[in-house]
Design a protein. Structure first.
Length: 221
């Protein structure tokens, strides 16, 4: 008799958006995924914090412009008080202030509302696994911003980075997601994640935005 197949762990998600016309259909669509449970919805940041406190919660899908407490402040509070909860921003805004504010506050993902269901569920799964996901528009905007502000020849990279880790960092600097890096280097996404974890630890890189800055400062891209 074959061993029973273990079911994948279901991710507990809070959907936050001040517009019910957006929030409710989005929650309904996410609930169709076999590994996602929408455990609460929220119309503002204070409701997000209350839902997480009532928990348990794995990921918050966070709008930015909300009354009472906006998404950036709610993300900052979650990072401080519930660091185990990942935040994926889903917003109509892709300006520098919004992107950098959300990532600096601790968001692991940033998508615009042009993202499809598969993009959103992929970002939720990645964030729950400790990975960062930025959609292409956000990557391009972030890359352009960092290129403008980051001086070449800034903080040097550690000498113990392997050639492959430098390659991965260079490709992050070009705005490629993990899947794109894997295809470019003909390696698996799991191997890419291992390289990223290693280089982040060695170079004391906080997040993907910081990695882009470091790659540009080092002249890798």
């Amino acid at each position: 008799m074959s061993e029973p197949t273990e079911k994948p762990q279901r991710l507990r998600v809070v959907v936050a958006d001040d517009q019910a016309a957006v929030r409710e259909p989005l929650a309904a669509v996410l609930a169709l995924a076999e590994d996602i449970d929408v455990v609460a919805s929220a119309a503002d940041g204070s409701q997000v914090l209350a839902a997480v406190a009532a928990g348990p919660v794995d990921v918050v899908l966070m709008d930015l412009r909300m009354p009472v407490m906006d998404g950036i402040e709610a993300t900052r509070r979650l990072s401080e008080e519930h660091p185990q909860v990942a935040v994926v921003v889903l917003t109509t805004f892709a300006d520098d202030t919004s992107i950098l504010g959300a990532l600096s506050a601790g968001a692991r993902g940033y998508l615009t509302k042009n993202a499809g269901r598969q993009d959103i569920t992929r970002a939720i799964r990645a964030a729950a696994a400790g990975q960062s996901v930025l959609d292409r528009e956000v990557q391009d905007r972030l890359l352009a911003t960092v290129r403008t502000k980051a001086p070449v020849g800034g903080q040097p990279l550690p000498q113990d980075l392997t050639p492959r880790e430098r390659e991965v960092l260079a490709l992050i600097g070009q705005g490629l997601p993990n899947r794109g890096i894997a295809e470019k280097l003909f390696i698996s996404e799991a191997t890419v994640k291992t390289h990223i974890n290693n280089l982040f630890a060695k170079a004391d890189i906080r997040d993907r935005a910081d990695a882009v800055r470091r790659a540009i400062e080092a002249g890798l891209t």
